[in-house]
Design a protein around this ligand. Structure first.
Ligand SMILES: Nc1ncnc2c1ncn2[C@@H]1O[C@H](COP(=O)(O)OP(=O)(O)O)[C@@H](O)[C@H]1O
Ligand SMILES: [Mg+2]
Length: 353
């Protein structure tokens, strides 16, 4: 690499780093159990949502996500285990707890016949806000979610995206310490989904603490910094998304030579290196890069050293972590995007419960 530059190692996730380590736990769940007859909706779940972060609870249909949210909202009582939200115990302090949470479900909770403003005002009054404050809060939130112009129209005339925005606004009335978003984009078209993601990102930038359930890898990747993967009521993995990716092992080294004609010789040279455990490299002509799967820092150093020694001029080198889909496959032995078995209830498709 005579004149090339070695770029710093890149992180694949484009979110700002959220300081999870050492942050206080806003939601603490330990050994949570909820059975419905034979069905183990929750079968000993542990998780933490750290203040000011988004925890993604990822799992297929029927995994227990909504049951978890219901327990954490005090709507149902667990059979065993403990949970606290903002310091309040779900069993011992349900009334205090309800005052510090906001909830947005898969289905809109707004009254369709009422205008957007009335919906928000009414919820404010239900939360015991004085009239003046309820009015101010409704105004503020409509503005915040770009709904001011539609304030006086019945919610039934809103587009899907506007409805979800109104729903998010409604969940924010009480200035909740913790917000639960239960599959906020399931069933939405891609454009509306992006709208919702945009709003959630803004809320997080403003410091919201969010427990987000989702069936979508991409959604977790977009919005969450930490992940708890559940399947059949059990946690099968948890941690920071980049840690989960790193745990799976492989990284990919992407090398771009200045001269595209060097692509194949470069790939051939790397394959001839004979580094232990180094899988075959691949040429990506579209991006003009060679992809080399690497398992260790030693392999990384060796590959970079060999390229340099050969005098091939490189325009960029970066490492990429595996995709979340690859992580999921490695953790569960089945793909996230495809049904694990024939039972439709276990599919990662648009099957709403
Ligand atoms: N009220 C209920 N009565 C009986 N079974 C239930 C009830 N609520 C949920 N379940 C079952 O518990 C499991 C978990 O459901 P749920 O928490 O809704 O999953 P998810 O939200 O992840 O799709 C499913 O098998 C579901 O059928
Ligand atoms: Mg659900």
């Amino acid at each position: 690499m005579a004149t090339g530059t070695l770029l710093p190692m890149t992180r694949i996730d484009n979110k700002p780093r959220q300081e999870a380590t050492g942050a206080k736990s806003a939601v603490t769940v330990r050994g949570l159990v909820k059975h419905y007859g034979e069905t183990k909706a929750l079968d000993g779940v542990d998780l933490d949502v750290h203040e000011g972060t988004v925890l993604g609870v990822l799992g297929p249909n029927g995994a227990g996500k909504t049951t978890l949210v219901r327990v954490l909202s005090t709507l149902i009582t667990p059979d065993a285990g403990q949970a606290t939200v903002a310091g309040y115990d779900v069993l011992k302090q349900p009334r205090q707890l309800r005052r510090v949470i906001g909830l947005t479900g898969q289905y809109a909770s707004v009254d369709e016949k009422l205008p957007g403003w009335e919906n928000l005002y009414m919820i404010g009054r239900l939360l015991d806000l004085p009239r003046k404050d309820a009015r101010r809060r409704a105004d503020e939130l409509l503005e915040r979610f770009s709904l001011t112009e539609a304030a006086k129209r019945p919610a039934s005339t809103y587009s899907g995206g506007m409805r979800r925005r109104l729903d998010l606004a409604a969940s924010m009335i009480g200035q909740p310490a913790v917000l639960y978003l239960d599959e906020p984009t399931t069933g939405l078209d891609p454009r509306t989904r992006n709208e919702v993601w945009h709003e959630v990102k803004r809320m997080v930038a403003d410091g919201a603490t969010v427990l987000l359930t989702t069936q979508y890898m991409e959604e977790a990747e977009q919005l969450a910094s930490e992940l708890t993967v559940i399947d059949r009521g059990k946690v099968i993995a948890s941690g920071r998304i980049d840690e989960l990716k790193a745990r799976v092992g492989g990284r990919t080294l992407r090398i771009r030579p200045v001269d595209p004609l060097e692509l194949r010789p470069l790939a051939g040279m790397l394959d001839e290196l004979g580094l232990t455990g180094l899988a075959a490299s691949a040429v990506d002509t579209e991006t003009g890069t060679v992809l080399v799967p690497i398992l260790s820092d030693e392999q990384l150093t060796a590959v970079v050293g060999a390229v340099t020694a050969r005098g091939i001029t490189i325009s960029s080198i970066s490492t990429e972590l595996p995709s979340l889909d690859e992580v999921f496959l490695s953790l569960t032995g089945h793909k996230a995007s495809a049904p694990q078995d024939a039972a439709p209830a276990r599919a990662y498709e648009e099957v709403s419960a």
